[in-house]
Design a binder for this molecule. Structure first.
Ligand code: DGL
Length: 289
């Protein structure tokens, strides 16, 4: 019995979560959907984000047979998790709660910076998830970062390319503003949450821009760990003893089917950077307007 896990993002960013899931639950069959035709979600209203996210979730569950769903998009997790849970009859996990949990584990001062899309920041989902854990979250929207990542202008380009320099400068401006906000409030942040699944691709540039000693949290690993627990898909590595829970098959080729709502060629080209391995053939899907 191989579980089928649906993983959804507005674009390629969620592949960073799929990558972590492959380590935690290598035995599963995965269907990944990037709703690239309707990206970015982060600049849209709650109503529109919920409509798009529900349609994407229903595609994965009803047409691809997903038995579990991971919403590998902070924006959809922040604004549409309830709507998705109501729309599909399978367990659903978002990335906000695992991200806040990881920040709680990392922060000593209790003051946590969060960078995310406009919609995620306006929802204050991270501030609330932080507050529930005794943390003070200071949020900042960074709307230019998703387009830069989708364009491939990430820290993974070789050398000091002009593209990389532009992205580094944009990151520096956003972080300086956020650190100034924190200083005005006499806060002492020691942790930065990457509150968008696109941002892990910028991690080297972000780590170079934060003050020395600041911890950078990517919710992908925490989400994958929680998925293994919530979905009952423990691996041997995670200490499962029940033989009905499948053991690791790390040497096997992972079973992944990728779908995109636009430009499968671009998805195949850029997606492998996020996934850390080739995406395979990406299938085009039409979810309507
Ligand atoms: N990857 C999405 C997130 O985690 C953001 C991309 C978008 O704006 O659609 O929030």
């Amino acid at each position: 019995m191989t579980p089928t896990i649906g993983v959804f993002d507005s674009g390629f960013g969620g592949l960073t979560v799929l990558r972590a899931l492959l380590t935690q639950i290598p035995q599963a069959r995965y269907c990944f959907l990037g709703d690239t035709a309707r990206l970015p979600y982060g600049s849209k209203s709650r109503r529109t984000i919920a409509k798009y996210a529900v349609e994407s979730a229903q595609f994965l569950v009803h047409e691809q047979g997903a038995e579990f769903l991971v919403i590998a998009c902070n924006t959809a997790s922040a604004l549409a998790l309830d709507a998705i849970q109501e729309a599909v009859p399978v367990p659903v996990l978002g990335v906000i709660e695992p991200g806040a949990q990881a920040a709680r584990a990392a922060s000593i001062s209790g003051d946590v910076l969060v960078i995310a899309t406009d919609a995620t920041v306006q929802s204050h989902a991270y501030a609330e998830a932080c507050k529930a854990r005794g943390l003070h979250g200071i949020e900042r929207a960074c709307p230019l970062l998703v387009p830069l990542v989708e364009e491939g202008w990430t820290g993974y380009l070789p050398g000091d390319s002009p593209e990389q320099a532009v992205t580094a400068q944009v990151i520096r401006i956003y972080l300086d503003q956020l650190l100034a906000d924190a200083a005005t409030q006499s806060l002492q942040p020691d942790t930065l949450v990457l509150g968008c699944t696109h941002y892990p691709l910028l991690r080297p540039l972000i780590e170079a821009a934060v003050p020395a000693g600041m911890r950078v949290i990517d919710s992908a690993e925490a989400t994958a760990e929680q998925a293994a627990i919530k979905f009952g898909c423990h691996t041997k590595a995670a200490g499962a003893t029940d033989p009905s829970h499948l053991g690791t098959r790390e040497s096997d080729t992972p079973q992944i089917r990728c779908f995109a709502t636009d430009s499968v060629e671009k998805f195949e080209r850029l997606g492998s950077r996020f996934l850390g391995r080739p995406t395979g053939t990406v299938e085009l899907v039409d979810l309507g307007g």
